[in-house]
Write a protein that binds this ligand. Structure first.
Ligand code: MRU
Length: 344
């Protein structure tokens, strides 16, 4: 059975440290919100829906750690906790949706009641992601024919969602429907989520997977070895532009050139109607060291300049369809997204 990415256990948050998978399966029991913020920053918890779920539990932990405060003082300190999460990672909108929901849930006559309702809301957010990812996977599987070879980028499985998975959820559901399917997984430089996590998850599901370097994708599309591309998303703007792991845009352009469908699978918690288009999505810039080093080992001359944007934006015109738990939508995305978005 697949190890759970995130679990609320006896008032603590248990996470599987994704930075160590597959070399080691190490769980950490986090009992204060500072450690949860750090786990998100250091990508021990990662993937848009999983970041949102972890932050929700982290806020509940932060609330439980506020002692000897009257209600007004408690709410001031709770706001500081939420702020710490808001500056942890900027691109995945699920984080901000979760913070907003927790803010709205901070109601009750007394501090004890508010603390309880925050834990309940975090559990609800988690359960909703489990249900949504399961539903969207079943819907998306209808798009995939028996014998298809799919290409996926980064990691959009149970680890990334604290649920069933999005892109990998669809692939798992295809297999459950009795269809044969195989996968090319890009290694996903610089942090190798594809090589480390996607291959690991698919192998546990007994789904045939071939690992390729990021730059090999075009070669196999040209050779007609790939029937479609399917990826997850970190934020979908109101016009259907999609932010996802750096390199996604390159794959979308290649897919269009090769006349291969390019699918995005994401729960509606990833839709951000407040941004009219993808150019307004904040793109996280991470440490250059992630590029100059691989798993701590230097691979470039000392002192070299390196750029490390963690995400890119794929314009909606490259997206064949967006698969959500509320249905599969296509152009014109604006109208469709407005009708299905969970929060705006
Ligand atoms: O930087 P990461 O590993 O958090 O980026 C994750 C991705 O880009 C995923 O594709 C995305 O969050 C979708 S997860 C279902």
């Amino acid at each position: 059975m697949m190890a759970r990415a995130i679990e609320w256990l006896d008032g603590k948050l248990r996470i599987l440290d994704q930075s160590k998978v597959p070399r080691e399966q190490v769980f950490a029991d986090l009992d204060n919100y500072h450690d949860v913020v750090l786990a998100i920053k250091e990508m021990r918890v990662r993937g848009a829906p999983a970041i949102g779920v972890a932050a929700a539990y982290g806020i509940a932990l932060g609330a439980s750690g506020i002692r000897e405060a009257g209600k007004d003082e408690f709410l001031v300190q709770l706001n500081q906790v939420m702020q710490a999460f808001a500056v942890s990672r900027p691109t995945a909108v699920n984080l901000f949706q979760a913070i907003n929901r927790m803010r709205k849930a901070a109601r009750g006559d007394g501090v004890a009641e508010i603390k309880r309702s925050l834990v309940d809301e975090a559990k609800r957010i988690h359960q909703e992601e489990v249900t949504a990812t399961r539903q969207l996977s079943q819907l998306g599987a209808e798009l995939i024919k028996n014998g298809f070879t799919l290409l996926t980028h980064c990691n959009a499985g149970p680890l990334a969602t604290a649920g069933y998975g999005t892109a990998l959820g669809v692939i798992k559901a295809v297999k459950e429907q009795g269809k044969r399917v195989s996968v090319f997984a890009t290694e996903t430089r610089p942090l190798l989520q594809g090589a480390r996590l996607t291959t690991w998850e698919l192998m546990q599901e007994d789904i045939p997977v071939t690992l390729i370097t990021d730059s090999t994708a075009g070669y196999f599309m040209q050779q007609k070895k790939i029937d479609c591309v399917i990826v997850g998303a970190d934020r979908i703007a109101a016009n259907g532009d999609v932010a996802n792991k750096i390199g996604t845009y390159t794959l979308a352009v290649l897919a269009k050139e090769s006349e291969i469908p390019f699918y995005v699978a994401a729960p509606t918690s990833t839709i951000d109607l407040s941004l009219s288009s993808g150019d307004k999505i904040p793109i996280e810039e991470r440490s250059p060291e992630e590029v100059t080093h691989v798993q701590g080992v230097p691979i470039a001359p000392e002192g070299i300049r390196a750029a490390n944007p963690a995400f890119d934006v794929t314009p909606h015109s490259y997206v064949t369809a967006i698969i959500t738990e509320k249905g599969i939508i296509r152009e014109p995305y604006g109208k469709e997204l407005l009708s299905i978005a969970k929060w705006s």
